[in-house]
Design a protein around this ligand. Sequence first.
Ligand code: FAD
Length: 262
Amino acid sequence: MKVLLVFAHPEPRSLNGALRDVAVKELESQGYEVRVSDLYADGWKSEVDRADFPSLDPQARLIPVAASKTAFDADTLTEDVKAEIGKLLWADILILQFPLWWFSMPAILKGWVDRVFAYGFAYGVGEHSDRRWGDRYGEGTLAGKRAMLIVTAGGWEEHYTPRGVNGPIDDLLFPINHGILYYPGYDVLPPFVVYKVDRFDASGFETAAEGLRERMRTLATTPPIPYRRQNGGDYLIPGMTLRPGLGDQEMSGFALHVNTEA
Ligand code: FAD
């Protein structure tokens, strides 16, 4: 089995750097082949701009969606993006690791997604018609592979519970887990989140490291989050709303898209 770990922290001697080393060591000891994309160390370009589409007519108006599709189809995306796409196709499992910054991922990692998840590769895949809205949310190019997040947060675990002031962690991570990973087909595992990290001591670190080792040992067997499949019959087409009668009628928001009866 092959794992790609995409790492987004500017300091290799950080807590995130130490946890990355723990994860990689454990995976390798389990016989996994591991590759790391270290975005800061690699000087990853995070913004989408005209330089991403070298075959675009310099006079033409830049329409990012259309330019992405044309460049992906013609294999004229830039070499750094093509290399990351190649790694995603190579890996059976994708791990994104980052510190929670302003309730989301650092900009460099968002920029990796923006540039690498190209039209025709991660979106715009499959039939789009009145009968079908493409292969996405459980289907798509990356279907059959697994993905998970490793996240560190300064806030306390209680702050991220359903009644916590920051909002539930599953809601905060939903746009990444569902919108970025499940969308192109990944089976998404529950995230590994370490809380209250700014006050970490050696014993806190060892507890977190052991939890992370355990998650790495169970990467292939941990059940994924049971998100509803877009084309599995749960949604009305073409409006893509959840069928009446499904889900708790009192419920709204992100939780509706997790099939708790699964
Ligand atoms: P580091 O700063 O490297 O280390 C954290 C602690 O762990 C330190 O005490 C360090 O001594 C200790 N440590 C590091 N390595 C080891 C080791 N090997 N062994 C033992 N101890 C070790 N938090 C939130 O909860 N929500 C937010 O929205 C949020 N937004 C933020 C936005 C920004 C711009 C920034 C800078 C921070 C934000 N934070 C937020 C806090 C952030 O999530 C944490 O600072 C981050 O997760 C810490 O990870 P790190 O790798 O940078 O830790």
